[in-house]
Design a protein around this ligand. Structure first.
Ligand SMILES: [Zn+2]
Ligand SMILES: [Zn+2]
Length: 136
């Protein structure tokens, strides 16, 4: 499946895997997305390929280590390398939605008062161990 940023300058492909989506409701993810939560997935690097624009990305890091990579032209959050062997990918960039659903909700206890979770995904108060989140 193909993913791209708002201006379509950054393009990538995810293949050979069905992504398991998670949504993080923490205050930092709210800021980064300007929304209720960050919907994303983590997959092995070998299931990911850049198609275009990966030299048009800027990284911002909080002192805490929280990192966000974004397209220099349009500001969309874009994939970044996660723990050497994996890629973190914002789900909203996928050009087809397929039949994916949210498997896990993170930091549910710190969600905004106007954030209502209405699917059957597993809910965690904080952040569970990464193997619960990573795909497959
Ligand atoms: Zn862009
Ligand atoms: Zn978060």
């Amino acid at each position: 499946m193909i993913g791209s940023c708002f201006c379509e300058g950054v393009k990538f492909e995810v293949y050979g895997i069905v992504p398991k989506l998670y949504q993080c409701h923490c205050s930092m993810c709210r800021k980064v997305t300007s929304s209720t939560s960050n919907t994303a997935f983590i997959i092995p690097k070998e299931n990911f390929k850049w198609i275009a624009g990966n030299n048009n990305i800027k990284t911002y890091r909080k002192p805490t280590g929280y990192r966000v990579d974004f397209c220099i032209d349009c500001g969309s959050t874009v994939p970044n390398e996660y723990r050497d062997k994996e890629m973190w990918i914002p789900a909203g960039l996928l050009d087809e939605t397929l039949n994916l659903n949210i498997s896990n909700h993170l930091c549910v206890s710190s969600r905004a008062s106007w954030d209502e979770i209405s699917d059957v995904g597993k809910q965690y108060d904080g952040v569970p161990e990464m193997h619960h989140i990573t795909s497959p």
